[in-house]
Design a protein around this ligand. Structure first.
Ligand code: ATR
Length: 478
């Protein structure tokens, strides 16, 4: 435990000694050699801890913490009256609910303050992303030193964002798998990825709306971009299980400056926008929210990102729409959302778009809707497009030996664009490269759409190289 304290002291300002997780460990030597201020906690099973022994012995250990002058002692609301105060110790009076966020969290908070808490602490389970709002509201409205947070995967936002609203502290684990409560981030993630220590009242809030969101690379990319630009901003993952429009409307009270929106919310979220631009109207889907002075504007950076990547391959990338794509024969494999976005963008540039898909009816339906053409999958082998774009997940890890088209289709000079970004070089791109095609990887598309979002939010050129490095590092790590 002493070794862990030394390790943690390099990352934290205060160490919590969870004595209930270390039964039999004597407190006195830990306190004598403490490398920084500590909280002494001895959590009973009824409040989510592991102490299952005599209540009087439990309280006695906390009392010892006070008597030895620990900076903080955490005592549960129902036991607070049993602790004799000491001159050097501030009492954290706490309440935990591992089942839900109670309807009236502000009442819970009031009870803690009335019980004489130097610092009031409540940790409650989030069952809905909107539970974060209720907990953060308490922080925003109280002047009393308070620790408030939501536990569980849905409560991660409160653990980070609390700092913006004056949270007295947040908890972090030393390493993944060593959490002392569900949803806790590691100290490394908080400090590195989320730049926790830089968060303050003026920090601008951004985030990604997705479900699932745990493996999203967007927080890593956008936070790295903000850091590189020197911006006081933080970008969080929001796991939205319900209606994304409802989430956006409810979260207006936090005045987020922008969101990325991804699967499966790119269409439903449109309902919460005050306006949308042409890209959204074209594709019927959006991936970006920009807050312009309180007006929420929807945009779709997937389309310009795809066009930008293709135009860069053609050597004509620029700010004005180029005519280089006019009449180019383009074959799109797939007929889902990604195919629709790419096809709409290419149609708007005057390209000749052919869509082929495993389920032929979907290709026909999409083609009809956007005035493109459909081709049966069996005919793909005999087509000679100038640009080939895979929008399906074929070839994606772990099925890395699959390719959406036979290698014979690939001809020298062709532009081959694979939307799959994991692995960065798919079998399709490997074979395309061998055939002398010009290749565009899904990583490039992904980074470009993220960079355009960053530019829309900040009005500054995005640090694309930094963003790409983050993606490649993540993919390299598997
Ligand atoms: P997205 O929004 O990412 O495009 P989607 O709407 O689910 O996702 O579309 C997935 C596309 O990949 C579809 O065109 C799908 O073909 P079907 O319409 O026949 O389902 C295609 N796809 C996915 N897995 C595939 C596979 N193993 N082989 C061929 N096509 C596949």
């Amino acid at each position: 435990m002493a070794a862990m304290m030394a390790q943690a002291a390099a990352l934290a300002d205060i160490l919590e000694l969870r004595m209930d997780l270390a039964p039999g460990v004597p407190l006195e030597p830990l306190l004598r050699n403490r490398p920084c201020p500590v909280i002494v906690t001895n959590r009973p099973v009824r409040e989510g801890g592991e102490y299952a022994g005599e209540e009087s012995a439990r309280i006695a250990l906390l009392q010892q913490g006070v008597d030895l002058g620990a900076e903080f002692v955490d005592v549960e609301l129902d036991s607070a009256a049993r602790i004799r105060r000491g001159p050097r110790t501030r009492l954290i009076i706490s309440h935990h609910d591992f089942a839900r966020t109670p309807d009236h969290v502000e009442e819970v908070h009031r009870h803690l303050v009335q019980a004489g808490a130097d610092i009031a602490k409540f940790a409650v389970k989030a069952n809905d992303i909107l539970d974060n709002l209720r907990v953060l509201r308490v922080l925003r409205h109280t002047k009393h030193p308070t620790i408030a947070l939501c536990m569980g995967e849905l409560g991660v936002a409160s653990r980070i964002l609390g700092r913006k609203y004056g949270n007295f502290l947040t908890f972090a684990s030393l390493a993944a798998g060593r959490e002392s409560a569900p949803g806790q981030l590691t100290a490394g993630e908080l400090r590195g990825l989320y730049r926790y220590k830089k968060i303050g009242p003026d920090t601008a809030l951004y985030g990604v709306i997705a479900n699932p969101v745990a493996h999203s690379m967007s927080p890593a990319i956008q936070n790295a971009a903000f850091e590189a630009l020197g911006l006081n901003a933080v970008y969080l993952p929001f796991k939205v299980e319900g209606d994304p429009a409802e989430f956006v409307r409810a979260f207006r009270e936090l005045d987020a400056q922008g969101y990325s929106v991804t699967l499966p919310h790119k269409q439903e979220v449109i309902a919460a926008m005050d306006e949308v631009d042409d890209t959204v109207r074209q594709a019927g889907a959006m991936n970006t929210v920009v807050n312009r002075g309180g007006r929420l504007c929807g945009a779709n950076t997937d389309i310009p990102a795809a066009l930008g990547a293709i135009e860069a391959a053609l050597g004509v990338e620029g700010s004005a729409p180029s005519r280089a794509l006019k009449d180019r024969e383009t074959l799109i494999i797939g007929a889902g959302g990604a195919a629709r976005a790419v096809a709409c963008g290419l149609m708007a540039r005057g390209a000749y778009v052919l869509i082929a898909n495993r389920t032929q009816e979907r290709a026909v339906a999409l083609a009809r809707e956007i005035s493109a053409q459909a081709a049966p999958m069996e005919r793909v082998g005999s087509l000679r497009p100038q640009i080939l774009i895979n929008t399906t997940s074929v070839g994606m890890w772990p099925n890395v030996e699959e390719s959406p088209v036979p290698a014979a289709v690939l001809r020298k000079g062709m532009i081959v664009f694979d939307a799959v970004y994991n692995p960065p070089e798919t079998r399709l791109l490997r074979e395309a490269k061998a055939a002398g095609c010009q290749c565009i990887s899904g990583v490039e598309w992904f980074v470009r759409q993220a960079a355009l979002q960053c530019e829309m939010w900040t009005g500054r050129p995005a640090p694309r190289a930094v963003m790409e490095q983050v993606v490649m590092a993540r993919l390299g790590r598997g």
